[in-house]
Design a protein around this ligand. Structure first.
Ligand code: ADP
Length: 638
């Protein structure tokens, strides 16, 4: 997989998930690719499944043959001597009774073998399919987590969910039905042709004369249906995306009472899906009925021509005669040949559908990520906390103007750095670059002199504790949420972390204490409570570098002060970056970086910056209430 060129920005860097596979100019068909990647892990079971499927299908061809032989030997005027293909003549009894019993025995043996092979085939195929699906499902899920943040901003969550659910399920249908049916049909077609040619090549030639028409029909259909299936799939994606958005934003919808507008939009997406489905359904309806007609005409032609042949001798240019028994065998075989060749249509249908899904699943796998780990990425090792930004510039994908420009600064290990500036100045973005949630466009960021883009992401993030301004809790208990950073932590450490985050008291008062379920995304807790749990999570992690991004914005001043106090030791012993609107919170910082429009405009400690009487001094005056007048330099930004 190729890394995305650094100069690419905006949407160029984020292609549509459905087109990634094709744009990667991968030569092979996505279904072939699917089998190539997933069969090797299940080779033995796949081999048994395929062999028994072939055997089973071939066995189903035996009874019509035996029937023809029986008719010719016992029931027609011709009364030819009994001979069965692949059975040595000495094995066949000489008396009529003996021969009849022998044939009956062959029928029974065939029936038993057919049942047995079918049982083995079904069980082994099922195992193979589920095993492949398991691998595919887990790979798709892992692939989603490998993607960078920018992906989730350009692709709607519903679209990603649709790949993980609908497309993987579509492939399940293909693996459960389509693939087996393909092997069955291919075996039958080849087997039938070999049997039929062996028995009577001239009648076979006639029976096959319709096949080009059938294949032509199937081909035209496949060309026409594929784009319609793709349209249908993207319509489902959009519908899901809307539903997901509406459920996530249910509170906003209710408070703004926009239910009707949302319903109208949902109706629009649902109707778009309906139309897309209808366009596909119309075409497949037409195809199936035409195919059925063709099947019936072909079968009838074999009955009429074969019957004539047996009664009055070879028609048209043919010369070989046809016995009654063989005619009966051919009635079965001919119909089967026609049916199987028409099955190709179903197969093409399932295959086309599965191909569109496989393309999207592989698109997800191969989605270019900005933050690919280079093959020789090294773990970061133990960290002192010396962080340096050198001429760092960055623009969010799709943004018009640059978000950060030429940001340079350096921190000593253990330093407490406060980031100050108006909303939107780029404070959070600076710290997200340190975590490599996004890649810098220019410049380098180093930790202890090591360029973070050369380290493994795991070791980098291991070294950094990050508390964001949007505290996210997973559905589960309070305890599980705190221990998320260290699932093996014992009770004592969890409680201690909670105490330092000033969370212990309220947790104890919850109905089940640390074992209280927090609800999906933590909805059962207040914003401030969620925030304190995420702080406890970071404390438990005990990282050498700590980032608190408005970590206390949802708590009242008094609680904020308490948290500050308890964090004091933590901050003193590691490099800490703090973004806070309450300037008093970061007043004690060893160094303050003041940002405006993506640039560092001032830097120094509180006293130095007050003395300088610049942007920070103005902000401080507003904070302390010394002035209520917005300084000129903030008028266009705040
Ligand atoms: P701050 O933390 O100083 O309030 P941010 O770093 O969050 O500012 O944002 C800096 C700028 O980048 C803002 O103009 C914001 O609109 C923009 N921005 C932030 N996040 C994204 C994003 N995910 N995609 C595009 N633009 C973003």
């Amino acid at each position: 997989m190729e890394a995305v060129p650094q100069h690419m920005t905006g949407d160029e860097r984020h292609p549509d998930i459905s087109t990634v596979y094709e744009e990667g100019s991968r030569a092979s068909d996505p279904i072939v690719e699917l089998l190539r990647q997933y069969v090797p892990g299940n080779t033995s079971v796949f081999t048994i499944a395929v062999c028994t499927t072939i055997l089973h299908q071939l066995l189903t061809l035996v009874p019509p043959y035996l029937l023809g032989v029986t008719l010719n030997a016992f029931f027609t005027g011709q009364r030819t001597a009994l001979s069965v293909a692949f059975v040595p003549q000495p094995w066949i009894p000489s008396s009529i009774r003996g021969q009849f019993g022998f044939i009956a025995g062959l029928f029974v043996a065939t029936a038993l073998a057919t049942a047995l092979t079918q049982a083995v085939q079904l069980v082994t195929f099922r195992w193979f399919q589920q095993s492949v699906l398991h691998d595919l499902r887990t790979d798709a899920y892992d692939a989603t987590k490998r993607l960078d943040m920018a992906f989730f901003e350009t692709e709607a969550t519903g679209n990603v969910m649709s790949v993980l659910n609908n497309d993987v399920n579509q492939l399940r249908d293909f693996l459960l039905g389509g693939l087996r049916q393909f092997i069955e049909s291919a075996t039958l077609l080849v087997g039938l042709l070999v049997f039929m040619i062996g028995l009577h090549w001239q009648l076979t030639l006639f029976s096959m004369s319709f096949l080009p028409v059938m294949f032509g029909l199937v081909y035209v259909y496949q060309q026409a249906i594929e784009p319609r299936y793709e349209d249908r799939r993207s319509a489902v994606g959009e519908l899901n995306a809307h539903v997901q958005n509406a459920i996530e934003g249910i509170e906003t919808i209710k408070t703004f009472s926009t239910e009707q507008r949302e319903s109208a939009q949902h109706r629009m997406h649902s109707r778009a899906f309906w139309h897309a489905d209808w366009r596909a359904a119309k075409l497949s309806g037409l195809f199936y009925s035409t195919r059925r007609l063709l099947t019936e005409v072909m079968s009838l032609a074999i009955v009429v021509v074969g019957g004539w042949w047996a009664l009055f001798g070879p028609p048209f240019v043919f010369s070989a005669s046809l016995s009654t028994g063989l005619f009966v065998t051919f009635l079965f075989y001919g119909r089967r040949l026609v049916q199987e060749s028409s099955q190709i249509g179903d197969l093409v249908d399932t295959y086309t559908d599965a191909r569109a899904s496989a393309k999207r699943v592989f698109g997800l796998f191969q989605y270019p990520t900005g933050r690919l780990e280079s093959a020789n990425a090294e773990p970061l090792g133990s960290v002192d906390g010396h962080v340096e930004y050198r001429d760092v510039s960055f623009t969010y994908p799709g943004a018009d103007s640059s978000t950060l420009e030429d940001v340079s600064f350096e921190t000593k290990p253990g330093e407490f750095v406060g980031l100050v500036g108006p909303t939107g100045a780029g404070k959070s973005t600076i710290l997200k670059l340190l975590l490599r949630l996004y890649e810098t466009d220019e410049g380098t960021i180093t930790i202890d002199g090591i360029d973070v883009s050369t380290t493994t992401l795991e070791s980098l993030r291991e070294a950094i504790g990050y508390v964001s301004q949007d505290p996210f809790l997973f559905g589960g208990t309070v305890r599980e949420n705190i221990a998320y950073s260290d699932p093996n932590a014992d009770e004592r450490r969890i409680v201690e972390a909670a105490k330092r985050a000033n969370a212990h008291e309220f947790i104890r008062d919850l109905p089940d204490g640390y074992h209280t379920a927090v609800g999906e995304r933590g909805v059962k807790l207040s914003g401030g409570q969620r925030q304190r749990i995420t702080i406890a999570r970071a404390i438990l992690k005990d990282p050498p570098i700590l980032i608190l991004d408005e970590a206390t914005s949802h708590v009242d001043n008094q609680t904020e002060l308490l948290i500050q106090e308890s964090l004091h030791d933590l901050i003193a012993t590691r490099t800490t970056f703090v973004i806070a609107h309450q300037l008093s919170t970061i007043r004690e910082a060893d160094r303050l970086l003041v940002l405006r429009d993506g640039r560092i405009v001032e830097s120094g400690d509180h006293e130095e910056l007050i003395e300088r009487d610049g942007l920070y001094a103005s902000l401080w005056k507003i904070h302390t209430g010394e002035t209520t007048k917005l300084p000129e330099q903030l008028r266009s930004h705040g």
